[in-house]
Design a protein around this ligand. Structure first.
Ligand SMILES: NC(=O)c1ccc[n+]([C@@H]2O[C@H](COP(=O)([O-])OP(=O)(O)OC[C@H]3O[C@@H](n4cnc5c(N)ncnc54)[C@H](OP(=O)(O)O)[C@@H]3O)[C@@H](O)[C@H]2O)c1
Length: 236
């Protein structure tokens, strides 16, 4: 993504996590590897995250969700969508919030507005966080592939991730992605995020390569042109 990318200096930036499971924990590992401090949280309490904190070392700590939200300069929300209304609101005001979430009715319960296609899951989170700026990212890559595919800037086999949201917030997210080993593909406004939600060509298999066995794929580098083509191929 070109343009006025705001740099997020790792040593000055704390990345916080509301939800530290498969995808949140993976982004936390990449963030620590890139030099960021991280604050992890979940629903059960900080003590249940000790193993991950120990693995990540001195740049990581665990807190309650409200404490993590307050501590983060940059906050990743990675909970089952059904829990999105429990995400703390006030401590996230004014912050860029990265939304990894997907809608799975069997897991999350039925949301009639999502069934009708009148809004998107990231727009629901944005409504819940009216003073934050939500960017949809990380939702369409399996955590195993996300962990396997970071590459240095300029590497021929660097992968890209789609981002949707407000322009300045996307520039900040693109800088974060660059620091953790990914390029960014601008997929439009938050309302355009349906283009890589479950059921679209850009969802799930995009980073698995040409395989019939998604779960066995170690992850296949997928550059910006391939991501853009799949995002553009989405149809309602
Ligand atoms: N798995 C993937 O590869 C993948 C990839 C892309 C996107 N996603 C999406 O990302 C989201 C998270 O998926 P996941 O696979 O990482 O799920 P997961 O492994 O089950 O982790 C969910 C995390 O959310 C926490 N959580 C649940 N309710 C919470 C609350 N009210 N406050 C704070 N934390 C809460 C859980 O904490 P407790 O364990 O303490 O309850 C856990 O740390 C989902 O929407 C999923 O569809 C997943």
């Amino acid at each position: 993504m070109r343009g006025g990318t705001r740099k997020l200096t790792p040593r000055m930036t704390t990345v916080a996590f509301i939800g530290s499971g498969h995808i949140g924990g993976t982004v936390a590992r990449l963030a620590v590897a890139a030099g960021y401090d991280v604050v992890l949280s979940n629903s059960r309490g900080p003590e249940t995250l000790q193993e991950l904190v120990d693995e990540l070392g001195p740049k990581a700590r665990a807190a309650t969700a409200a404490e993590a939200a307050a501590a983060g300069d940059f906050v990743i929300v990675s909970v089952p969508l059904g829990a999105y209304r429990k995400v703390p609101v006030e401590p996230l005001a004014g912050k860029v919030v990265l939304d990894t979430n997907n809608y799975y009715p069997d897991r999350d319960g039925v949301f009639p507005e999502l069934e009708a296609g009148s809004t998107t899951s990231s727009e629901l989170l944005q409504e819940h966080l009216p003073s934050s700026r939500v960017v949809k990212v990380f939702n369409n890559i399996f955590y195993v592939h996300l962990r396997a595919l970071p590459r240095p800037a300029g590497a021929a086999d660097r992968s890209a991730l789609a981002i949707a949201g407000d322009a300045d917030a996307k520039a900040q997210v693109a800088a974060f992605l660059d620091a953790i080993g990914y390029d960014a593909v601008d997929a439009g406004t938050l309302a355009d995020g349906w283009r890589y939600q479950p059921g679209t060509p850009a969802y799930g298999g995009l980073y698995a390569g040409d395989t019939e066995n998604f779960w066995e794929s170690p992850g296949v580098p997928t550059g910006a042109a391939a991501v853009q083509a799949k995002v553009d191929a989405a149809q309602r």
